[in-house]
Design a protein around this ligand. Structure first.
Ligand SMILES: Cc1ncc(COP(=O)(O)O)c(C=O)c1O
Length: 405
């Protein structure tokens, strides 16, 4: 039987790309593959090629594609209650909030559908909770916080502002990890500081312990809030549930998305209870936020991480991958150095990485390149040594092509 949109089962890759060209807005630079299946760390495309995925879903598929526990939870929940608005209570939303809270500073959750929305919620909460004269936000250069207007304004990278000026007022940008600049930027008008514990899109740069402590101290001194964007570091890939848990500081608010739903769209903002109390009815909302389907997926993700010992596995596999990458560096001078924590690794190249990414894909390996010359290795937390070996061997082969790159 022909599908409603016309023979999709007979489509080939070119047909699908042509359909996109005609009907889908071209705001993404897409690779010319049509992905039809994902399982664990493997993708399958429409032409039957298998791809080893070292950057699954831009860090969304943190426990691999279609994790059986997540698929099962979604199936079960879909048969019971797909969506329920926040006029009522639903059980999965409460349960997911409890699981998150127990793993992070006893916070209270607001649920939404993406990382940008989680950051929007955090910024709004900071404005509402702090004194009236406080309207400024300090964010860090090279950071990334999403594409909605406040989130993209918080994203201190001019390329993302191009064509959208003027941005929202009140944002102050400082160099990441620069303690003096943070001191200088702090005034009584600052409502919050928003940074990533490890900058992801910015090229895998970790905050130093001194920097985190300085932010905590300045926020406390000036009655401002410390917000950590854990959209990429969140939920285990660094070897702890949250990136801040590698430091001695506790933030006031964290934001989550990506890996939280294991593939289902969900975002969350978690705040200390006394701060969360400022979001009273009518102050903020999301129609889909906290829907039972996404929350059931989130619960399954947390259970799968715990049952599979995946926090420990992320550390072991992170060390393994890093050692392999360090060995590659000895062989290929184009690798300058390796950065990162656990399964959030960046390979700093001495040249642009786009050609490497596309040649790797040609040989069945997906990696990502950010900031022009940083290869991002962010495999899922269920990755195996065999899969890492295979990825490294493909990268080795591609880097060996040297001058033609
Ligand atoms: C650290 C960080 N924050 C926020 C976002 C935005 O998330 P979303 O695309 O779900 O809005 C991203 C996306 O890459 C991110 O890496």
């Amino acid at each position: 039987m022909e599908a409603a949109c016309g023979g999709i089962n007979d489509m080939n890759t070119q047909d699908v790309i042509a359909m996109f060209n005609e009907y889908v807005i071209g705001n993404y630079g897409r690779l010319p593959r049509v992905i039809t299946r994902g399982q664990g760390n493997r993708l399958r495309d429409l032409d039957g090629n298998e791809i080893l995925d070292m950057f699954p879903g831009w860090a969304v598929s943190g426990i691999g594609h279609c994790h059986p526990k997540v698929v099962e939870a979604i199936r079960k929940q879909a048969g019971e209650l797909l969506h329920m608005d926040n006029t009522f209570y639903n059980i999965p939303q409460g349960q997911l909030a409890k699981l998150l809270s127990e793993r992070a500073f006893g916070g209270k959750c607001f649920f939404c559908n993406s990382g940008a929305e989680a950051n929007e919620a955090a910024l709004k909460l900071a404005r509402r909770h702090t004194a009236k004269e406080k309207y400024k936000f300090i964010t860090a250069e090279r950071g990334f916080h999403g594409r909605t207007f406040a989130a993209v304004t918080a994203t201190a990278q001019p390329k993302y502002h191009d064509g959208f000026l003027p941005m929202l007022p009140g944002f102050v940008y400082v160099p990441y990890n620069d303690i003096d600049a943070m001191h200088e930027a702090f005034t009584e008008e600052v409502a919050a500081v928003l940074i990533e514990p490890i900058q992801g899109e910015g090229g895998i740069h970790e905050a130093t312990p001194e920097y985190m402590q300085t932010i905590r101290d300045l926020c406390d001194e000036h009655g401002a809030l410390m917000i950590l964007d854990e959209v990429q570091t969140g939920l285990g890939r660094t070897g702890r549930w949250f990136g801040y848990q590698h430091y001695e500081v506790t933030p006031d608010i964290i934001t989550l998305a990506k890996a939280l739903g294991g593939g289902a769209a969900i975002g969350a903002m978690m705040a200390r209870p006394n701060i969360a109390a400022s979001l009273v009815p009518g102050t903020h909302a999301s129609t889909f936020g906290g829907n039972p389907l996404a929350c059931a997926a989130g619960i399954a993700v947390i259970e799968a991480i715990e049952e599979g010992g995946l926090l420990e596995h992320a550390v072991t596999m992170g060390d393994y991958t890093r050692n392999k990458l360090e060995a590659l560096k000895e062989k290929h001078p184009v690798i300058d150095h390796i950065r990162g924590k656990g399964l959030m690794l960046g390979v700093q190249l001495t040249m642009p990485g786009a050609a490497i990414v596309s040649r790797c894909l040609g040989k069945g390996l997906r990696v990502n390149c950010t900031q022009d010359s940083v290869l991002r290795f962010m495999p899922s937390m269920v990755v195996t040594t065999d899969e890492i070996d295979q990825a490294i061997s493909i990268l080795d082969e591609v880097l060996g092509e040297g001058e033609t790159l």
